[in-house]
Structure formats: structure tokens, C-alpha cells
Design a protein. Structure first.
Length: 146
């Protein structure tokens, strides 16, 4: 989906404030089409206190994408709904990956900080290719001898 509006990351982009007539005009559709898409679950408008539908700029972008997929690409509305659902899942997965990458970066930074504090950084774990067949016998000390 293309976010054609400036400020797509802004909270106002998500605000459900547009009346159905305004959203329909912005999307280039008839208001009845928006009502139909709501019934089909293609878009989820908010509701005003009186029950009227309220749309966000994000919803308008989504409506334009629905129109493009159905009219230009010839995809039926069930297919459009599936595509939109998959795009949402992809967006959620990308956000999760970004969070996990940030956590991983923080963990690597913390490891570097701890290694810098160590007396001999990295000396605790030293890789070796040597194999040994030596046998070490350990006997615990007994209490002090009298």
C-alpha cells in the first residue's frame, strides 16, 4: 500500500475524524461503497457518538488501494480482503523484527560494556584446538591438621 499523504507516521494519520462523505470524496468513491466495504470488513471505520462512521486518512489510503486492486488489477473483493489481511500481518511481523533487532543491538552493547569492565576482557572463554588426554585427580582438602 502506498502512503500518499504526508505525515503517515503521525497520530493524526490514524485519527478517525473524517465523515463518510469527506472520506468518500477523498477516496473517489460513493459513500454507499464505503458502507459496503465496512460490511465486508475491508475497512473498519470508527463510530461517532450518534453512530455515524468516522474514517482516518489511513482508511482513505486503504480505500484507494481497495479500488486500485479491484478495478485496475481485476481482483475480487474476497481476494482484496485477503491481500489486505496479509499486508497487515507482514507489517506486524516487520515491526516485531525491528523490535527484536533493537533488543539484540542492546544486548550486544551490554556484552561489550561487561567485557570492557572485566579485568582481562574475553579471557574467560578462549577457543582452543588442542585436545588433551591428561587425567587430573582432585582430592578435597581435609580440615586443618593438628
Amino acid at each position: 500500500m502506498s502512503d500518499e499523504f504526508v505525515g503517515s507516521g503521525e497520530p493524526a494519520y490514524e485519527a478517525k475524524v473524517l465523515m463518510i462523505s469527506v472520506a468518500a470524496r477523498m477516496a473517489g468513491m460513493h459513500p454507499q461503497t464505503l458502507r459496503q466495504y465496512d460490511r465486508l470488513g475491508l475497512v473498519q471505520p470508527g463510530r461517532a457518538a450518534g453512530g455515524g462512521r468516522r474514517y482516518s486518512v489511513r482508511d482513505v489510503v486503504l480505500l484507494r488501494e481497495v479500488q486500485r486492486l479491484s478495478q485496475d488489477d481485476g481482483i475480487n473483493l474476497a481476494g482484496v480482503k485477503r491481500i489486505i489481511g496479509l499486508e497487515r500481518l507482514l507489517e506486524q511481523a516487520q515491526q516485531r523484527v525491528a523490535r527484536m533487532e533493537a533488543e539484540l543491538d542492546a544486548a550486544y552493547r551490554r556484552i561489550a560494556e561487561l567485557e570492557a569492565l572485566a579485568r582481562f576482557p574475553g579471557s574467560e572463554l578462549v577457543p582452543t584446538n588442542r585436545t588433551s588426554t591428561a587425567l587430573v585427580v582432585w582430592r578435597p582438602r581435609r580440615g586443618p591438621e593438628r
